[in-house]
Write a protein that binds this ligand. Sequence first.
Ligand code: ADP
Ligand code: MG
Length: 580
Amino acid sequence: MHFPFKKFFSYYKPYKTLFFSVLTCATIVSLLTLVFPLLVRYITKEVLEGDLSAALSEVYWIGGLMLVLIAIQNIGTYFVDYKGHEVGACMETDMRSELFAHMQKLSFSFYDKEKTGQLMSRITNDLLLLSELYHHGPEDYIKYLVRFIGAFVILFMINAPLTIAVFCFLPLLAVFSLYFNKMLFKALRENKERIGDVNAQVEDSLAGIRVVKSFANEQIEINKFNRENNRFLDSRKKTYKAEALFYNSFQTIIQLITITVIIFGSANIVNARLDLADLITFLLYISYMTEPIQRLAHMSTQLQQGLTGFLRFMEIMNLKPTIENKANAITLSRVEGDIEFKHVFFRYENHLNNVLANLTFHIHPGEYVALVGSSGVGKTTLCSLIPRFYETTDGEILLDGKNVRDIDLESLRKNIGVVQQDVYLFAGTVMENIRYGNPVASEAEIITATKHANAHDFIMSLPNGYHSEIGQRGVKLSGGQKQRLSIARVFLKNPSVLILDEATSALDNESESIVKESLESLAKGRTTIVIAHRLSTIRNAQRIIVLTEDGIAEEGTHDTLLIRNGAYAHLYSKQFELQV
Ligand code: ADP
Ligand code: MG
């Protein structure tokens, strides 16, 4: 596996001083912990076995020294815990910002493929595991290595045979620990999947709460939820069982080691090869050697999870936006709005057939053009090529005579306004949502825009006027109101080119007529492409372009096309029949 180590370690860079201080501190603390059993040994062996009259004052001195060591050790541990986690969290935050910024730049084709929930879990869960690894990884390795080697060397110097006897148990512990780790890892992964299912169930049910209630299907949702909730419980039970088994078995082995030390140690004392103080020292150091082995399992899980998280992070970071600025892209100020398609072909990524084939047409500045054709013929697709949401497969699109591929993306998109059937509003106030069209607009400009969009009056009737919260995705507003806010947003943006894609299709007759009025005023002085399935709404377009599977079938005004009695007349009469 090719692992991007350079990138992995690069996130330490801004925090290297702090990080190395934390590591140094962790090393010092570990070395200090090694001293305690030695001091106990000194007391039992040298002080209490020597001249007892002087012993007490020496014991006081050593007690004082221990207090100082404990103070240093605790301050050190506080620093390591606090600042160490901070380093990890800072690195995680940096990566999260980088990932989010990167996702913002990725193109539509990426979002066509990915699920939002999955992407969210990359931003949250995966990186969380990484911050633990970034901080605990190096620190744990150093801490346990220092303690393990230190304890081994000290014990070896005290009594080599007994040390080797203890050491022989360790491979057993290691194998055991790694085996259980595998089991636990599996159980934990299942836990994560199960909690993911619970979340997905909650998200789906709550997002669709209006549908749930209108079908009076609350109980069905509750049952579905409880099923997931119980599966989560089952998987947790499994984890707890594995954990309990692991820790207890591990403790048993450690107790076996202790018993071995006591028996062999005592035998050695009887044979005068060891003294009592050394035996006590041995017992005190046992955990220094077993604990690192016990933690091995945890550390290997941490490493696996962290590295997988990093690879998942890199998977997204390595994706290039498919649509980017050219090296010397032209920045446009306000365009005239002259649009020309020259032999344009388009096919969606991974699709076999062209949606658009060999389209050629020219729309003049300020012209009001309607695009008609049956559903699925590619009208929306055609329009999304102008702001370069997708790249043409072949041919070129010119805006004011310049190939859109050569134009700076931001300046291109600032010149084009799109009003669609599905309005997306952000959670927040009315004011914030309209200002989205032009973040630097003044309040007065916003009010002018909403007046043009026929939205001012209804906004003023909301409880807090312009400062009313509109709810998630604008649930507190009617379809027509949402559409008028989105129109106000485009008014404020003030683009030269306007695309109205079925903007009134989802509305009832009454809202439709108000919204239509707003749209007409929005279209004034701009090059406008309007798509509407109700042909009555486009009768007065200056030109109608009829799109079929085979390309552009005909062009002309409503009247000329009716007289021609071709594709348009056919569509029109079909709709007319339906309405009768
Ligand atoms: P219209 O707006 O004329 O109803 P569209 O432009 O939405 O048609 O769709 C044209 C064709 O392209 C349809 O067959 C549709 O299934 C397909 N299509 C639309 N959007 C995508 C997409 N993001 N990815 C793949 N195929 C798509
Ligand atoms: Mg469409």
